[in-house]
Write a protein that binds this ligand. Sequence first.
Ligand SMILES: [Zn+2]
Length: 361
Amino acid sequence: MNLTAQLKLEPTARQALALRATLVASNAACDYISGVAWESKSFRRFDLHRRCYREARKRFGLSAQAAVRCISKVADSYKLDRKAKRSFRPMGSAAYDQRILSYNLEASTVSIRALEGRLRISFVCGEHQRKMLVSRKGETDLAFVRGKWYALASCSMPNPKTTEPCGFLGVDLGVAQIAADSDGKLYSGSGIKSVRHRQRRLRAKLQSKQSRSAKRRLQKLSGKERRFAKHVNHVISKQIVAAAERTGRGIAVEELTGIRDRIRATRRQRGVLHSWAFAQLRAFLEYKAKLAGVRLIAVDPRNSSRECSVCGHAEKRNRPNQSTFRCAACGFAAHADTNAACVIAGRAAVSGPNVASCAAV
Ligand SMILES: [Zn+2]
């Protein structure tokens, strides 16, 4: 599986200036090449190389390899369509291959070919990222994000062997709760909500002022919210995968269509968590499970919120309100999300592989 290792670079002030100049030159070169492509209506890599290579090197002081990268980047950008001229932000990230960017893991440095020559820059990262770096392959993106420099290295991790699960931990991705598992644990979204609430009020205030600085602050705010929700999703998915791993179980979730339908159904609460946050949590669960060798299966979502996890009776009356489940047939009562998670776990056990031979967990 392919993952990205994120390393924070710690350039000296002088190195930071050199990095900036390099990124700006590379993006200016991309803009120039894009202009030539657009004017001459030649978008293929080969044609662009013939038309732009020399001039791009001369005009922007690029190394041979950097010029080749810029030409590829522009050619790729026109692959989707050729309806609009592409332009490149001055500080947009740039891809480097091994010839112009290499790592020294012992010294924790990265060597980058900048305009003015090689730069040897220290980086910091966690143990996990360091392990990933061993299996890096090919490209690294140099990125400048919110005033800091990062190297984003693509790494090809060996797929861990998935262990045969003994039963499944059912997970219900909800609205009132971010997630609930079939062990009865609720992963609350209250943290996100309170931040959102506070920020929504601030946003309303900013929106009434249409000045440029207010607009900028608005943009920044949504980024902050996104990053916070992402953090929460990382934490929750990690906890769920750890719980399954610890007990030798697989993870059962609903098929994605179920989640989309659910979001549609609760329009009233849509402002609480956007659909991308669900999709993100789901994607995090998937890759973290894969990384840990935990099997994840998706089950049919139909009626999972109305069905009784004990007797299987399903009807609307079983859900007197958003958070309560009370079976009209057998009287079983639980938090609605917990019951749904148990139904999902039960469906996985029926359709899952080799579960019959395991002892019940
Ligand atoms: Zn029942």
